[in-house]
Write a protein of this length. Structure first.
Length: 219
């Protein structure tokens, strides 16, 4: 089943070409890694995809989009605000219901964040912890596809694998922009390489080595 499709997409920001003549289609069930240098166009490509599936896609943006004065629970719960009536969300803002706390805790635990921080203020946590909370919110949201813009850039190798395992367990279809090519190859079945706003590589991850992607990072 086709989920995303672009035909000769061109995007300019402030007169600069960000994507040039990009054509790409992605089917349900694919796990796609977008790789390439910073500024290659990966974030813009994710935004175009999100616009196509806004109602059924969860996204982990690079800026995380967290409400830092609020707790971990409230930030993760926000992933499902659209599923409930306003009065129900207000109840959980003031006095979280037990089953909602349990549902959030399950996701938080899967990312090794710990029960003791469920009601800690997000603004008091480390950058790596905040990044995992943004991932937890996306997992809690559900939907057909997860889009991630460098969702493991602030965590160590062990935590990166924990995060990517949790994402893989929660979503059948995943599109993630990544810099770590070894992780990209380990957790994807398709690799799309971008350079200067153009797709210069699109092939199965199986059989690829990290060195096969080196050309994407050369000037």
């Amino acid at each position: 089943m086709l989920l995303f499709e672009l035909h000769n997409a061109d995007v300019r920001y402030n007169g600069r070409q960000v994507l040039a003549n990009v054509s790409l289609s992605i089917d349900q069930g694919e796990r796609v890694a977008l790789v390439g240098k910073s500024g290659a166009g990966k974030s813009t490509l994710l935004k175009l995809f999100y616009e196509q599936q806004r109602t059924d896609a969860a996204i982990v943006p690079q800026d995380l989009g967290l409400v830092k004065p609020l707790s971990v629970f409230h930030n993760v719960y926000m992933g499902r605000l659209h599923r409930h009536r306003s009065w129900y969300n207000l109840v959980n803002l003031i006095y979280p219901l037990q089953h909602e706390k349990a549902a959030v805790k399950t996701v938080v635990d899967s990312l090794e964040l710990g029960e003791d921080m469920l009601f800690a203020s997000v603004g008091e946590l480390s950058g790596g912890q905040q990044q995992r909370i943004a991932v937890a919110r996306a997992i809690h949201q559900g939907g057909r596809v997860l889009l991630g813009d460098e969702p493991v850039s602030s965590v160590d190798d062990h935590q990166s694998r924990v995060v990517l395992e949790a994402i893989s367990a929660a979503y059948q279809t995943v599109i993630i922009a990544m810099h770590d090519v070894s992780l990209a190859l380990a957790y994807s079945n398709r690799v799309v390489g971008l350079k200067d706003g153009r797709i210069v590589m699109d092939q199965a991850a199986a059989g690829l080595e990290s060195t096969d992607l080196d050309f994407l990072y050369r000037s």
